[in-house]
Design a binder for this molecule. Structure first.
Ligand SMILES: [Zn+2]
Length: 257
């Protein structure tokens, strides 16, 4: 089963206070503070080693310029719960969630046994933070599919056959499409299959933009979206799509190719 993660930018402040109130041990690396209870030394070393690798790789990969260096008091915080139950109790997240990021405070919360933690959840959640540092924390024009697409794009292990699976969804009429993605209430959905489809389509759309038009253009698109705070305008300026409909139809055509 593919692991799924949840991104929440500003909610759950009460839970955050609960999480902080717990008595944590702290493990430090150059750019990270790991708050843990029972995790072992080796586990913590492996975790911070991978996190340090992703710290540079994600930024370089997207050609984003880093303005905020995560050092000293500004280090990212990773709360590592011992079990999914403790994680869910503290965060209030649905059972499908394997991790959570709060970008503006650079906090990631997850649990030791989360599936594919080092390969997928960690880079996914870090992707959220780095992306938001570039885009601005309060830019309402950033759609959730883009946010989750960028984060999912960072994952190292991907289930094979996504394109074929989505082509089947288009043919049987259960494909969400752009408007479905935009109206989907991810944070409150308990429908695991729908949530999974949301992530797959978000990834697919992001992957379409990057593989079809290149990374430089994608970075330019992000910059336009950051500066103009208008998705339609950013699409038109960067890709010459007249609007969402044209983006959607060419994306669908690519999946069906
Ligand atoms: Zn996410």
């Amino acid at each position: 089963m593919r692991r799924i993660v949840l991104f929440i930018s500003f909610l759950f402040i009460p839970f955050f206070i609960i999480a902080e109130a717990q008595d944590w041990n702290i493990f430090k690396s150059t750019h990270f503070l790991v708050y843990y209870d029972k995790a072992g030394q080796e586990q913590l070393e492996r975790l911070t080693q991978r996190a340090e690798e992703y710290y540079n790789a994600i930024t370089d990969d997207f050609g984003f310029t880093r303005f905020n260096f995560w050092t000293w008091d500004d280090r990212a915080k990773i709360y590592l719960f011992d079990s999914q139950e403790e994680y869910m109790n503290a965060t209030g997240t649905p059972a499908w969630s394997g991790g959570q990021a709060m970008a503006s405070s650079k906090v990631i919360r997850t649990f030791i046994t989360a599936p594919d933690f080092l390969e997928n959840i960690l880079p996914h959640e870090m992707g959220h933070i780095i992306f938001r540092e570039m885009m601005g924390f309060d830019n309402p024009a950033v759609p959730l599919w883009l946010e989750e697409g960028v984060a999912t794009y960072q994952e190292k292990q991907r289930a094979p056959g996504v394109k074929k699976y989505l082509a089947g969804r288009i043919k049987d009429g259960s494909f969400m499409g752009l408007s479905g993605l935009e109206s989907f209430d991810l944070a409150n959905s308990k429908d695991r299959e729908k949530v999974e489809l949301f992530y797959l389509e978000s990834y697919s759309l992001l992957n379409y933009l990057i593989s079809e038009f290149g990374k430089d253009r994608f970075v330019l698109f992000c910059q336009n979206l950051r500066d103009y705070k208008d998705l339609t305008r950013a699409l038109a300026l960067t890709y010459s799509f007249s609007g969402r409909e044209e983006l959607e139809s060419s994306w669908r055509a690519r999946i069906l190719q």
